[in-house]
Design a protein around this ligand. Sequence first.
Ligand SMILES: Nc1ncnc2c1ncn2[C@@H]1O[C@H](COP(=O)(O)OP(=O)(O)O)[C@@H](O)[C@H]1O
Ligand SMILES: O=C(O)[C@@H](O)C(=O)COP(=O)(O)O
Length: 421
Amino acid sequence: MSLMLGSIADDYTGASDLANTLTRQGLRTIQTIGVPDAGLALGTVDAVVVALKTRSIPSADAVARSLAALDWLRGKGARHIMFKICSTFDSTDAGNIGPVTEALAAALDAPVVPVTPAFPETGRTVFQGHLFVGSRPLHESPLKDHPLNPMHDSDLVRVLARQSRHGVGLVAYDVVSQGAAAIAARLAALATSGVRSAIVDAISEPDLIALGAAALRLPLSTGASGLGLGLARAARGESAGTAPPVWEAPGGPAAIIAGSCAAATLEQIAAVEPDLPVHRLDIDRLLNDPVYADAALASTEAQLSQGPVLLASSATPDVVARLKAAHGDDVGARIEAALARLAAGLVERGVRRLIVAGGETSGAVIDRLGVAALEIGPEIAPGVPLLRSIGGAPMLFALKSGNFGGADFFRRALAAMGVTA
Ligand SMILES: Nc1ncnc2c1ncn2[C@@H]1O[C@H](COP(=O)(O)OP(=O)(O)O)[C@@H](O)[C@H]1O
Ligand SMILES: O=C(O)[C@@H](O)C(=O)COP(=O)(O)O
């Protein structure tokens, strides 16, 4: 097997977002959870997205895990490697976008790495190196309040430079608008001036298609789903894609776990509250009272036979700040672990259709459930496909980036799983 494209994603929702984009562009794609065991049957695929949980861990660990994924993808003959990062550039001054990009570039002997989080379909655009979320610059968007990676600087050249050992350049819009050859020439010129990575402006799909054509000639690129679209087009040409699979819904109840505190997720929880039981978890008790989680699960049991239930730790920025002050900076990781235990408890109670809101939260849940790989189904909302586990009794999942989806996302996801709320 020789893969057209191998991707290393820094979180699980990001991986399914990219796998969704590649699938829609006609690449047969699967998402693995970590580096797969030798025994995992991949079937015939054009692209593999290896999902890692490396966005918010120490950079040395993120580098080591990403290099292990790279080895595996190279072993499968991947012709181009894309490092999938968040469309809102979620990271800290310590990394991990810079350190992982530089380590992959060194391993691949890449002269320069184009970097862009642009994903116009979800309102992420980059102009003069500044990232916009909808009409607002990144630092004025809800990402300024992210519990793990608050983003306070929209100038991505500056952000990436703080995380990088080598120089960071810019391929600005005046070059991008001239097309693939101009982008390639600018990248080559930057490489000779000592720059190892360059933020690339992109405000629309044609920009990303031009960038994809230029990037595919290089061994490595770093970006979000928009870059994936450009690479897929360059690798495969314009393609109608294939019809999304139709899966038989597995029996068993459906549930939603929400650990994202994104503004979009808070709105989605409120929107579904009139229609199904919503358990807003008491975080102080969840973290300190050993019987609280069992009691929460017990109270869902009768409800699950009637329809879907939602368990949420999600909270507004003021509550998040209070909980961080009270429980310390690792409160997020502890909540993820508690939500993952609750998810496992729901599965023990028969749940076979599970929606998870939040990238880190999805990582903790999917790891806890021991899922090895995921097939990509129809799109529920931009960046969020329906997923089916590979190996063992199949379960349906939707792993939603906190910021993605409209107010009716949960209802749409349940409907895609054959459940009416
Ligand atoms: N009430 C809360 N207070 C503080 N942190 C929280 C709370 N609820 C969830 N978290 C943490 O916030 C982080 C949300 O990140 P993530 O799951 O990636 O969501 P998103 O997709 O919105 O970025 C997780 O680490 C999660 O455990
Ligand atoms: O690119 C994106 O925005 C998403 O694919 C993504 O990475 C999601 O991360 P979370 O918001 O942490 O779920």
